[in-house]
Design a protein around this ligand. Structure first.
Ligand code: NAD
Length: 352
C-alpha cells in the first residue's frame, strides 16, 4: 500500500495487554507531536481491557479487527506470540503495513508465509526487536571492533504472560537478534540446554552459537530469576577491545588496548586519570602491556525511548521510504536460530 505524498499514516494497535498498552500510550503522544501520523484506535479480544485502554489513551475502541483495519494504513500487532501469524495473515492480504512485536511468529514456517504476503501485497513488516534501539548499544556501536566472543545474560522474574512460548522465544530472542546483527557471519553450530520449572515450556536456557568466521556467543536467559539482569559483554579484535553493556540502565563501558603514545595524543578526550584508574583495576598488567595501555570510556546513554524510536522508524519507513531497521528477514533469521536452540534443548532433555 503506497501512501500519497503529504498524507498522514493512520496507525492502530491489535492486542492491548502490557506491551500493546505501552504502544498505545506512545502512539497517542506521537499523534500530538507529529502532523504526519494519526492514532486510529485499538482492538483487543478482551472487551474490558479494550475499553479501559481506549479510554485511558483517548482513542477509539473497535468492536473487531476488520473495522479497525478499515481505518488504518498500518497496525502494531501486540497479541501473544502464538497469535501473531493468524492476526497478521488477514491484514497483510489487505496490504496493511505491520509492526509485529517480537518474535515475528512462533515458527520460521509461519514467518516465511508472512514474508511471501509482504512481497505480494507491497506491504512493510517491521519486527519489534527493541534492543537494536537500546541506548547502551547505540552509544557503544561506533567503538566496537570485530567481536570474537560475546556473552549475553537476560534474567527476569516469572510472569504468566508469554508462557505460550519458551524463554527462548520470549527473552533469548532479543539477544539472538542483537548477536546476529553484530556478528555478520552464518551460524555453523548450536548447542543448548534448558529446564522447565514453572511453566510447560523451557523457563531457563543456555545456548552456545558458533559462527563461520570463528566467533562464538554464549547466551543465558531465565524467566524464573529473582534478579533482573540484561547484560552483554563483547570481546573484540581490530581494535582489541572489551565492551560491557548494561541494557537495563543504558550504560556502557569500553576498554581498549592502545599504544601509550597514541593515548597521550588523545589524552584530552579521555576522562581525567581514567587510564591510571583502569590499570589499577586490572591488576599487575603494566609490564605485560609492552608499550600499550588500557583506554577506558564510560559512555553516557543517549536519551532514547526505544519503543518510541521503533514506532518512529516504522512510520518513517512507510511515509518516507526510509529503510526498515529490523525487517521480516531479520525476524525470521532470529527465529530460525531460536528454533534450533529449542530443538537442541529438547534433544538433550530427552537423553537425560
Ligand atoms: P499480554 O498477555 O499482556 O497482552 C496480550 C493481549 O492480546 C491481551 O490483552 C489479549 O487479550 C490480547 N489478544 C490475544 N489474542 C488476541 C487476538 N487474536 N486479537 C486481539 N487481541 C488479542 O502480552 P504482552 O506481554 O503485552 O506481549 C504481547 C507481545 O509483545 C508478545 O508477542 C511478546 O513477545 C511481545 N513483547 C515484547 C516486548 C519487547 O520488549 N519488545 C516485551 C514484552 C512483550
Amino acid at each position: 500500500m503506497n501512501l500519497e505524498f503529504g498524507k498522514s499514516v493512520r496507525v492502530g494497535v491489535v492486542g492491548v495487554g502490557k506491551l500493546g498498552e505501552l504502544h498505545s500510550k506512545l502512539l497517542a503522544e506521537l499523534a500530538l507531536e507529529r502532523k504526519d501520523m494519526i492514532f486510529s484506535g485499538v482492538f483487543d479480544e478482551n472487551r474490558e481491557r479494550l475499553k479501559a485502554v481506549a479510554k485511558k489513551h483517548n482513542t477509539k475502541a473497535f468492536e473487531n479487527i476488520e473495522h479497525l483495519s478499515e481505518e488504518c494504513d498500518a497496525l502494531i500487532i501486540a497479541t501473544p506470540t502464538s497469535f501473531h501469524f493468524q492476526v497478521s495473515l488477514s491484514l497483510l492480504k489487505k496490504g496493511k503495513h505491520l509492526f509485529i512485536e517480537k518474535p515475528i511468529t512462533a515458527t520460521p514456517e509461519e514467518a516465511e508465509q508472512l514474508i511471501r504476503l509482504e512481497t505480494e501485497h507491497s506491504a512493510k513488516i517491521q519486527v519489534g526487536h527493541i534492543e537494536r534501539f537500546n541506548p547502551a548499544l547505540v552509544a557503544a556501536e561506533p567503538h566496537l571492533g570485530e567481536p570474537v566472543f560475546i556473552t549475553a545474560e537476560r534474567l527476569a522474574g516469572f510472569t504468566k504472560r508469554a508462557t505460550d512460548v519458551s524463554v527462548v522465544l520470549d527473552l533469548m530472542i532479543h539477544d539472538i537478534d542483537l548477536i546476529l546483527s553484530i556478528i555478520q557471519s552464518p551460524v555453523t553450530s548450536v548447542s543448548a540446554t534448558g529446564a522447565s520449572v514453572f511453566s510447560d515450556e523451557w523457563d531457563i536456557a543456555n545456548a552456545r552459537l558458533e559462527f563461520q568466521n570463528g566467533a562464538v556467543a554464549t547466551v543465558t536467559s531465565s524467566r524464573i530469576s529473582r534478579a533482573k539482569v540484561r547484560k552483554m559483554r563483547l570481546f573484540c579484535k581490530n581494535p582489541n577491545a572489551y565492551a560491557s553493556l548494561d541494557l537495563t540502565s543504558g550504560k556502557s563501558e569500553i576498554f581498549k588496548i592502545v599504544p601509550i603514545a597514541e593515548t597521550k595524543e588523545r589524552k584530552r578526550s579521555l576522562k581525567e586519570f581514567a587510564t591510571e584508574k583502569i590499570l589499577t583495576m586490572f591488576g599487575e598488567v603494566e609490564d605485560v602491556l609492552k608499550g600499550n595501555t588500557i583506554e577506558y570510556f564510560s559512555l553516557e546513554a543517549p536519551k532514547i525511548n526505544a519503543l518510541k524510536a521503533e514506532q518512529e522508524s516504522f512510520i518513517e519507513s512507510i511515509l518516507y521510504q526510509k529503510p526498515i531497521r529490523v525487517g521480516s528477514t531479520d525476524g525470521k533469521k532470529a527465529l530460525e536460530v531460536a528454533a534450533d536452540i529449542v530443538r537442541e534443548i529438547s534433544k538433550r532433555r530427552l537423553k537425560t
